[in-house]
Structures are given as C-alpha cells and as structure tokens.
Design a protein around this ligand. Structure first.
Ligand code: AMP
Length: 396
C-alpha cells in the first residue's frame, strides 16, 4: 500500500492543513498524562516548518458531541506544543467561525495555528461536506497525520480530501510509518510470527483473528476473550466473561488454526475472583477448577511460563489486548509479566494501540518495544485487513 508522500509533495512556502490526532489522556486537573500522540506529530510539523510553510493544525479531543464544551478545549495541547516546538502556537476561538477563518487567512510562513476542537462542530463526525469545504478553504495543501482516527470517515479525515488533487494532499510521517509497519507485519513478517491477542471480548477481535490466522505461526490468547474459547472446548468457566453467541465461531477459529497448522494457545491457569472488584477475594486456579460463581480476571503463573516458552523462538511478536484486568493491581500481573518478556525479547515487537499501549506505558516499557501504534481502533482495522477511509484517498 503506497501512500502519497509528504516528501514528494511541493509544500515549500505553502499554507498546509495538518490533521493530527491530539486526543491524549488527561487527568481531572487538565494535565496531559501521556503526550506520545503529540510528540509523534512533531516530525511532520518540523518538516513543514523547515519548508517555510504556514501551518494549520487540527484535531479532535474527547467526545464533546458537536457542541462547544470548555472541558474539551485544545488549549492544554497548544501549551504542550509550544513547550515541545519552542515556538509560538496561536489558537483559534472556534473551528470554522470568523475568528478561525481570519487567523488562518493571515497566517504567515513559519507560523503555527491550532484550530479549536474539531468535534465542537456537529458536522465533523457526520463527514459533513460543508464543514470539509470550510476546513479545506483555509489551506493549499492537506496532510493527514492522524493515524488514530483514520478509520473514521470524518469531515477532517475523509471528506476534506475531495477538495485537494493528488499533488496537494499527502500522508504525514506518522501515518506513513504506521501504515508501513503494519503492511510489512502482515505481508512479510520475519518468522516465526506470534500474535498475542487479549482484551475483553472475542467479538471485538474476531475479524482480526480470522484475518491473522493465515499469516501467523502461533496465537496466544489471554484476557476475558479466553473464556469463550475455553467454554467452547467444554470447560466450566464459572462466571467468567463469555459470549455464548460466539461459541461456534470460537470453535471455528480453533479448527481453522488446526487446519492451517497454526499453534493456538489458551491459558492453563487463571487468577479467579469472587467478583469484578479490586478488593475481591481471589485465588490461583487451573482453568479446569474455577470455583462455581467465580470469574477469571487474569492469566496465572503457569500460563505466563508457558507463553514465555512459546515466545522464546519467535522473531516477530504482535500484541493486541491485555492478558487480564490490568487496571486493577491484583489482576495486572499476567499482563505485566508478558510485557516484560516481550520488551526483553530480541524479536520485532509491535504493540497495538489503546489498552495495550497504555499498559506498556504504565510500566515504563514503551521505549523497549520496536513499535507502539498510536491508534487502537485504527490498528485493529488494519489487522482485520481493511483499508481505512482516511487512508484510501491518499493511496498513490
Ligand atoms: P479490549 O478493549 O477488548 O482490548 O479490552 C480491554 C479490556 O479488557 C481492559 O479494560 C481489561 O480490563 C479487560 N479485560 C481483560 N481481561 C479480562 C477478564 N478476564 N475479564 C474481564 N475483562 C477483562
């Protein structure tokens, strides 16, 4: 999949509109708790500065539901951008109102303007052509560097691309890197290739699993989704999270793995708890002996040992989804241990965004992975084999 490349686009001295993904986590006091997404956008912004561009940055933040909501202002993002870039970052009061249009019109080369939260406009998530046209009218060139939202057909991601011809639109460095990384991973991984798949439900990852099966050598299942597979095999998993409507599907996946010669691993033991709570009574048990009414909330030590053994000889690891309820200390050990093992491995290690990126970040292992995606939903859709709506118009 080859994308229109920012380096092949004549942007010298031009006014560029860069769609970024500055949807960063923030605490209750408005402090940015993880600025990876902002830092990831810097190479494209710096490149445009070097080319003497006037730069309009745009992003969504949170879910303000199409209305102005001060809680979701991009002001803290403008401050962090200023700290990182060490140049002034002007901010608009609105998205396509009088203020934004005026500031964008007067923007000079070497200057940066950040539009207020795109989702203050109702049309953003509806891919409204009027909003796309208004945003497009601000600049001569459109750059998409917002991988995290490229799986959404939104006005600033998809609709806007119609207003620029192929010579005036391109993917930024971050988008390019993400697409390339997943492309290589899925088309020509160095083998053996293992996928560690966890998270809450089978339903969320089923399509990705089906698409991955013909490409991988091993699949290691963890998290809540393991219990649907275990139940399909006839185990009594107590009150663990199970999607009963997917038992047949789960069985099909395991049969398909067998047919393809893919080694398919399920947990052999779990940390079971009386209820879904951080202070719940819990104990280690094999998957065959989960007490009636209890639920498995993490993989156990025997599974960790088994998974380490299985991962020992692999050259590529893709990890998407936690092994347990990592948000609660008591059920985070399995995920943490797997994270340490993956981080120490000499394999190429690719972490899907979202929760898995969060858990790796929490324990300070983010620098140890080969690649951490900035988009949970977007990377999952790539794993499902889809072409993202924000990427399609930028294909060569
Ligand atoms: P997902 O969004 O599908 O990747 O799932 C991530 C969520 O799965 C996290 O919030 C975890 O707390 C949750 N999770 C992981 N393991 C379990 C489990 N055994 N039971 C219930 N929820 C789980």
């Amino acid at each position: 999949m080859e994308l229109l490349n920012i380096k092949e686009c004549d942007i010298k001295g031009k006014k560029v509109f860069i769609r970024c993904d500055f949807n960063v986590p923030m605490d209750d006091y408005g402090n940015i708790t993880d600025d990876r997404r902002i830092r990831s956008a810097l190479s494209t912004i710096n490149y445009c500065l070097d080319q003497g561009c006037a730069i309009i940055l745009a992003s969504h933040f949170g879910r303000p539901k199409g209305e102005v909501d001060e809680k979701y202002t991009l002001a803290p993002i403008a401050r962090r951008l200023h700290q990182l870039l060490k140049i002034n970052v002007q901010m608009t009061e609105d998205v396509i109102g009088e203020n934004a249009i005026k500031l964008a019109a007067h923007l000079q080369g070497g200057e940066i303007l950040l539009l207020e939260n795109l989702r203050f406009e109702k049309g953003e998530t509806k891919n409204d052509p009027e909003l796309s046209a208004a945003l497009a009218s601000m600049a001569e060139v459109y750059i998409n560097d917002a991988f995290g939202v490229s799986h959404r057909a939104h006005a600033s991601v998809e609709g806007i691309t119609e207003y620029f011809d192929k010579a005036h639109k391109a993917a930024g460095f971050l988008l390019q890197k993400e697409i390339q990384f997943f492309g290589v991973l899925l088309d020509r991984p160095v083998r053996p290739f293992a996928a560690i798949v966890g998270g809450s439900k089978v339903s969320g990852k089923l399509e990705a699993l089906i698409n991955l099966l013909p490409k991988v050598d091993k699949v290691l299942i963890g998290g809540g989704m393991a219990f649907t597979f275990l139940k399909a095999l006839g185990y009594d998993v107590g009150n663990s999270l199970v999607e009963d409507d997917l038992l047949d599907e789960a069985m099909n996946v395991m049969n398909e793995a067998k047919r393809l010669g893919v080694k398919f691993y399920l947990p052999v033991d779990v940390v079971a708890a009386e209820k879904f709570a951080p202070d719940a009574m819990s104990r280690l048990t094999s998957v065959q002996e989960i007490p009636a009414g209890w639920m498995g909330l993490d993989i156990g030590p025997a599974t960790v040992r088994l998974y380490r053994q299985v991962l020992n000889d692999v050259q590529t690891i893709l990890w998407n989804g936690p092994m347990g309820v990592y948000e609660m200390d008591r059920f985070s050990r399995g995920s943490n241990k797997i994270a340490h093992f993956v981080a120490d491995s000499y394999a190429t290690t690719v972490v899907g965004g979202g929760d898995t990126a969060d858990l790796v970040q929490r324990i300070g292992l983010d620098e140890e992975m080969s690649f951490i995606s900035t988009g949970g939903g977007a990377s999952l859709e790539l794993l499902e084999g889809k072409i993202l709506p924000g990427v399609k118009p930028l294909l060569k």
